[in-house]
Ligand binder design. Structure first.
Ligand SMILES: [Zn+2]
Length: 408
């Protein structure tokens, strides 16, 4: 499995139109931005051209449309452009505007999809961040709105919309991919634009999904989960966004606090044991924190006083044997190589270690961060990795490890 990379726009692209609430003419331009930048609005019409982070922490009001702001600066009706950027796979961008509201276009996200396609998208070197739903989250309002977020491998949205007295009930459900979004969701207009010609029989439900995607873009990470929405609106969408951020913060707080590599998608102990044949007492990796691209990987080992080797190494003065740190490096490197080889039917055999240095002793209670970086891979048969073990931000051991691959 290759890590999904962050994307930005290949070049800038813009268009002009009218803003919905103020009726002003506005020009909007999408600009590329670096990795981990996220989406930011830039008010070109104000002194110093202030930027506003498209982040739920900056949410101001949710009546009719979603308004964000920082200090006294506001941007209204952010949801359609954010929806298009998120669904079309743009993680990092600057949205420049010379007014306080994007052009409304035809009331749908189609003009923004066109704009993103005109600019093109470009992969960047850092993996995407995901929020993986681990336990259901739900929010509801007194007016009968209900949003439930369930675990799922993909990002799916199912929406039931109903008019007054539950008349005109509509339902739409889909896994959101760029192609599906462009075809089925983006053209759905906000109801004030319906007039006579309805684009889809269930246009209202589809537009509600468009708005949900836009409002949830404010969490700043992609979601792997299934949103089930009943009569959603900006207020309840924002509440779900806040609940997601809260759960995400809780999960992150439970995780290891330092040198956490960007991007998620690590491996827990069961996944590690699916890849590595090693078992107690020779399994030297508790979990994989994450991968950076295809060439870097970081694992973790909590060293406890109950490790069997401490009994004899040394009685009364427990230190972790250096060779077991090399073993830990070799195990993390082989996980990286297995991932690269995309095959668990072969096993990487540790052939040699060069330039091995033991710099500091490792004691019970230490947390070992095990870094492996692939420096050479030849013909799927031989590979070399530079590895290090780090405790409290200091390298305690390092070395260059060589591997060969054989069938299990
Ligand atoms: Zn809308």
């Amino acid at each position: 499995m290759t890590a999904e990379l962050q994307h930005t726009l290949a070049k800038s692209a813009g268009f002009s139109g009218t803003s919905l609430h103020t009726g002003e003419k506005v020009t909007l331009k999408l600009q590329p931005a670096p990795v981990d930048h996220g989406i930011k609005f830039k008010r070109k019409d104000l002194a110093d051209e202030p930027t506003i982070d498209a982040n739920i922490a900056n949410l101001k009001t949710v009546e009719r449309a979603t308004t964000i702001g920082e200090g006294a600066v506001r941007v209204h009706t952010v949801e359609h452009v954010l929806s298009a950027l998120s669904a079309m796979g743009v993680d990092n961008a600057i949205i420049e505007m010379n007014a306080n509201e994007p052009p409304i276009g035809d009331g749908s996200a189609a003009p923004y999809v066109e704009l993103i396609k005109k600019a093109g998208t470009a992969a960047q070197e850092t993996p995407r961040r995901f929020f993986d739903v681990r336990e259901p989250i739900h929010v509801e309002s007194k007016s009968g709105s209900l949003l439930v977020l369930l675990p799922d491998d993909k990002f799916r949205v199912s929406c039931t919309q109903a008019g007054p007295n539950n008349r005109f009930t509509q339902f739409f459900s889909a896994e959101i991919s760029p192609a599906l979004y462009e075809r089925e969701i983006a053209p759905a207009r906000t109801f004030v634009f319906y007039e006579e010609v309805v684009r889809f029989a269930d246009e209202f439900a589809r537009h509600k999904i468009l708005d949900i995607i836009g409002d949830l873009a404010l969490i700043g990470t992609r979601i792997r989960g299934h949103i089930i929405a009943v009569k959603p609106g900006h207020a309840v969408n924002a509440e779900l966004a806040r609940a997601i951020v809260k759960q995400h913060a809780k999960i992150t707080a439970l995780s290891v606090p330092r040198t956490f590599p960007p991007g998620e998608g690590g491996l827990d102990i069961n996944q590690v044991m699916e890849i590595l044949p090693h078992r107690f007492p020779f399994l030297m990796v508790d979990r994989i924190l994450g991968f950076e691209g295809e060439t870097k990987c970081t694992g973790l080992k909590t060293v406890t006083v109950n490790e069997p080797f401490f009994a004899g190494h040394f009685p009364g003065h427990p230190v972790m044997p250096g060779v077991l740190q090399v073993e830990a490096m070799a195990q993390v490197a082989s996980i990286l190589l297995m991932k690269l080889a995309k095959s668990a039917s072969r096993i990487g055999y540790f052939m040699s270690a060069d330039e091995v240095k033991f710099r500091k002793p490792v004691f019970p209670g230490d947390t070992l961060f095990i870094h492996a970086e692939l420096t050479k891979a030849r013909s799927n048969r031989l590979a070399k990795a530079h590895c290090s073990c780090v405790v409290n931000d200091a390298v305690v051991s390092e070395g260059d490890l060589m591997f060969t691959f054989l069938d299990k």
